[in-house]
Design a protein around this ligand. Sequence first.
Ligand code: FAD
Length: 388
Amino acid sequence: MHGDQIIIIGAGPAGLMAAQILAEKGFKVHVYEQNKAAARKFLVAGNGGFNLTHSEEIENFVQKYDAAEIQDIVRQFDNQKVISWLADLGITTYVGSSGKIFPTKNFKPIQVLNAWLNTLESLGVVIHYGQRFVNFDDYFVYFCGNDNEIKVRYSKLILAMGGGSWKKTGSDAKWMDVLAQKNIQITSLQPANSGYNTDPKLHHLEGQYLKNIEVSFGENRRVGEIVFTKYGIEGSPVYYLNRFTRKHHFPLTVHLDLKPNLTETEILKELQGPDNNTSVLKKKLKLSATAINLLKTLDKGSYTSPDILAGRIKQFPIEVLSFRPLDEVISTSGGVSFSALNSKLELIGFPNVYCAGEMIDWEAPTGGYLLQACFSTGFWVGNSINEA
Ligand SMILES: Cc1cc2nc3c(=O)[nH]c(=O)nc-3n(C[C@H](O)[C@H](O)[C@H](O)COP(=O)(O)OP(=O)(O)OC[C@H]3O[C@@H](n4cnc5c(N)ncnc54)[C@H](O)[C@@H]3O)c2cc1C
């Protein structure tokens, strides 16, 4: 057993992974969590299909991250290692049709979490619930909880308090003020994996899907599925574009290619035949009812002109007014800058204090890439401390 007292703040996937790695190496690990239960966001992620990582080959996998630093960290503890780690917990997995990795159907999210917590308990990890981190200095970390304030001495301190969405899960990003007051460089939190609020003239399409379309913003494009909502559009190609649109001011325009496998000339040729446009769209171009409903939002002159209609099928403009509110989105970009961290993910200005998970400034699409990076950064920090 090492003499070092490891204190981890945040019982989310990143903090718990760091706890496991260090406890396995013989460290005494205490996790402090402001909620009364662990990993509430992890469980929320399980609500709509619990994709814990993705099966993609690792070199393509790491391209999903925006920062080179996180790519290297994910390579060290990759998707295959997540699958093995889950197997060691007794959780079997399968690859879904989209390549995402899920626990097999017999495991509900809470069972995955409980298997993990049981393993941590057997390794001697102690989790202190209802303790809110409020500050730290070179030796102590300060908590507020159960009507009293406590200070705890640390040898190594790991901050793993998550991003800033879904505050009700505990990820309220209040840590930002504490770190900012210490002049630690932080990028402001922004919505990531966010839907777009669009021009209200599309709101009547709520609930309708467009599959196998391409969504683009300038040179950036992604094929996939989107759904219209009462406020705008959601879907993985939209989430992919977030990081590019974020650099611009709203309102801005994204474009849909409703028929990616045909050229505008091929479409025009069909539209120039004797049949009326709606009939061609349905029967010859085989556009979905939703795509046709969308095209019908064009003014009559555009809809009836083969030239204009062919152009709109390939480049339908959608005016985007804003992101969804921060609290509602799946993840947040921004957080502790890599420039504030050394290669061990240790704060440059505060030796012995490390960061892990979504509170660091990286972003990735949903589909298992977010949880993967949280597991990987937890692993990385745990190993860095062990090797120090
Ligand atoms: C609706 C939804 C769906 C998602 N789906 C997926 C998905 O399918 N695939 C995927 O890969 N990812 C998904 N995610 C994202 C994923 O859940 C997060 O990226 C991940 O949970 C972040 O892990 P973390 O450990 O960094 O932080 P968190 O999970 O946010 O955990 C941080 C912990 O720190 C605690 N904490 C915060 N501040 C303090 C404080 N001051 N004192 C003490 N404790 C504190 C919090 O209470 C929390 O328990 C989804 C997220 C949401 C909201």
